[in-house]
Design a protein around this ligand. Structure first.
Ligand code: BES
Ligand code: MN
Ligand code: MN
Length: 456
């Protein structure tokens, strides 16, 4: 522990400088205008892995953005940890809401502000630096493989193919991911589940062209009004989702599981204050922690149509659109839910408009074991570095590839995230506490140490 702390403190400025350099690359996977930048980011990550001491480093080409692979095999008889992360980030817009530019990392109040600071550059880079530390101090206790992808934020479409084609190369005993949240540095926690996802786009078309809203208004159905009604009908007065069959496969939590889950520290007043809302919203009969961690939900992610420019233009739009996501919980299946949504949405559409439903990416929910050697190693590592037992929590977000690792490689994942839910992921002013960054670098070598020890 002393050796770890010493290495981190001796190198702290460089660790920060390198992360800043990584954060300066605008590696937005969703927008093709950043293509060159995303590719440069991949090269930077590969260089840094090499510098840290990884062998077989390769920028693996895919039909989309490359996947960076690297490994250090110290002894084939020792256990192997597969570290997964992503170097792509979400689009930074709306730009005007950033206090400092998204790709010029800036420290304020001990926090690094930049797109990707927490999700996931700041977090996966901790693993690169922890690996460097273990290499330089001659303390790497097990084999390690890295797989850092560039399409997580757009659904990891090519990663599934890569995993299927590289089963031997990726063969490992556990996947270790830092791409989730913990409660706080005072309340370290480990996420033990992730929700699945169905993502859908809908388009409602009325008249064959935009119309003068005075000349035609009152005679023709307005697609924006119809879309609003359709969307509003998807929840009832208890905020229960109204798609027939939607809840059929959801497993109810036992009273014991609910009790355990609700033991996690949670201050509703603080939560509301942080978000600037006077009241919370959600499915009746469940606490906030249950609603975000263990219940399926449906959200509108974007809605548009008609005139949205400056001033007022009187127009009855021809089309209105929305992007809708559903978060799924264990035993629900993304494809099935997408079909239930599609059928329902088509069915409730009135005859005065046409509705098209286009599925985007999806992903399956997961629960991770809490009785495995790897989970115990994470618990011990956190206990050593934080002086407290981690609290198990259920995360509301999705990392679809986790279910795929289980299916294709037959291995489970440990979600050892060091971010905070309030780090503004996917939102303006994304941040990551410098303290969490260093804490992560200190904790990761302990995970490897205990994983190797407990595997004996
Ligand atoms: N790192 C997040 C997921 C996450 C965040 C899990 C916080 C738990 C806590 C990941 O990068 C992400 O944003 N995933 C997407 C899904 C993906 C298919 C676009 C998501 O959850 O919306
Ligand atoms: Mn992420
Ligand atoms: Mn993300």
């Amino acid at each position: 522990m002393q050796e770890i702390k010493k290495y981190v403190s001796d190198n702290q400025q460089r660790f920060l400088d390198e992360l800043f350099e990584l954060l300066r690359y605008p590696s937005v996977s969703a927008d093709p205008k950043y293509k060159e930048d995303v590719l440069k980011t991949a090269d930077y990550v590969a260089d840094k892995l090499k510098e840290a001491g990884a062998d077989q480093v390769e920028v693996c080409q895919t039909a989309g953005y490359p996947i960076i692979y690297g490994e250090k095999i110290i002894d084939p008889d020792k256990p192997t940890v597969l570290v997964y992360g992503h170097y792509d980030v979400q689009p930074p817009d709306p730009l005007e809401l950033w206090k400092t530019p998204p790709f010029e990392p800036t420290v304020r109040d001990g926090k690094i502000y930049a797109r990707g600071a927490c999700d996931d550059k700041g977090q996966f880079y901790m693993h690169v630096k922890a690996f460097e530390l273990m290499m330089r101090t001659n303390t790497l206790p097990c084999n390690i493989k890295f797989m850092i992808e560039g399409e997580e934020e757009v659904g990891s479409n090519n990663l599934g193919i890569f995993v299927k084609d590289n089963k031997e190369r990726l063969k490992s005993d556990v996947v270790l991911i830092s791409d989730t949240s913990m409660i706080s540095l005072d309340h370290p926690s480990l996420e033990t589940g992730l929700r699945g996802l169905s993502y859908i786009e809908v388009e409602v078309t009325g008249p064959n062209r935009d119309l003068h809203s005075g000349v035609y208004g009152g005679a023709v159905a307005n697609p924006a009004t119809i879309l609003a009604k359709l969307i509003a009908s998807l929840h009832d007065e208890n905020n229960h989702i109204q798609i027939p069959g939607f809840y059929d496969d959801v497993l109810a939590l036992s009273e014991q599981e609910r009790e355990d889950l609700n033991k996690a520290p949670y201050d509703e007043e603080e939560y509301k204050k942080d978000l600037g809302v006077d009241e919370l919203w959600g499915e009746k009969g469940y606490t906030t922690l249950e609603r975000t961690g263990t219940r399926p939900t449906l959200e509108v992610n974007g809605i548009w149509g008609g005139y949205i420019g400056e001033g007022a233009k009187t127009v009855l739009p021809s089309k209105a659109n929305a992007k809708i996501s559903m978060r799924l919980v264990p035993n629900q299946q993304s494809e099935k839910i997408t079909k239930l949504f599609t059928d329902h949405f088509q069915k409730i559409a009135p005859k005065n408009v046409k509705v098209t439903v286009t599925p985007h990416h999806g992903g399956e929910p997961v629960v991770t074991p809490t009785d495995s050697i790897a989970y115990k190693a994470a618990q011990k590592a956190i206990f050593d570095s934080f002086g407290k037992e981690p609290i198990p929590t259920r995360g509301g977000g999705s990392i679809p590839i986790v279910a795929l690792f289980e299916k294709e490689l037959g291995i489970k994942t440990v979600l050892m995230g060091f971010g905070l839910d309030s780090d503004n992921l996917h939102s303006p002013n994304e941040k990551y506490d410098i303290a969490n960054y260093y804490k992560g670098i200190e904790t990761i070598p302990l995970f490897h140490k205990y994983f190797a020890e407990l595997s004996k």
